[in-house]
Design a protein around this ligand. Sequence first.
Ligand code: MG
Length: 247
Amino acid sequence: MIFIKTEPELELIRRSGEVLRDAFLEIEKVLRPGVTTAELDRVAEDFIRSRGGKPAFKGYHGFPASICASINEQVVHGIPGPRELKEGDIVGIDMGVVKEEFYSDATRTYPVGEISEEVRRLLRVTREALDLGIDKARAGNHLSDISHEVQKHAESHGYSVVRALVGHGIGRQMHEEPQIPNFGPPGKGPVLRAGMTLAIEPMINVGGSEVLTLKDKWTFVTVDGKLSCHFEDTVAVTEDEPLIMTR
Ligand code: MG
């Protein structure tokens, strides 16, 4: 079932999302060529705890870190470690916070140093797809209006959307109903209502949409080895404009 959040519950999600938003600012201070993803993980965990939150991913189904750091052809769920970021890489940082029993979840994909115009375009289009999807998170719309908007935008730029992974409801649990695919026809699925909270997260590939998991059992990569990009925000449906809890 899809949980409708009360005003006080929405306020708690907003407060959780505020810590998460600020954690990205801390990551941005240290993200440069030469930094390891383990260092980014440490910065994020220390910060989240300093603000009274807990890193929601740590220990989640046994995940060993506070952030997912997915580089280049890695789509999601990359495990932080000794790998150094290098000039021209892109890195998707996916983080979750739980605070006062409520979760927030967001992802930013960052350029490392200078990246090519072509790669900048991928980042821009993915961010736009997220914004366009969010704009459909309005009471009275159907869930798949979000999905359709993301797919339409990505494909109109020659990219493909990952189909094996989806966004999700969020609240007292990190993953609640409904699942939110990044593709599909509009006008399907549940009707959105004020008080629903959704983690909308387009994952967009330069090449084909197929992904597979590495031997570490976590890291998803593109099958064709081409770049993938991921942005995500936690959003509340209201009677009015969508409320982005993680910006
Ligand atoms: Mg998520």
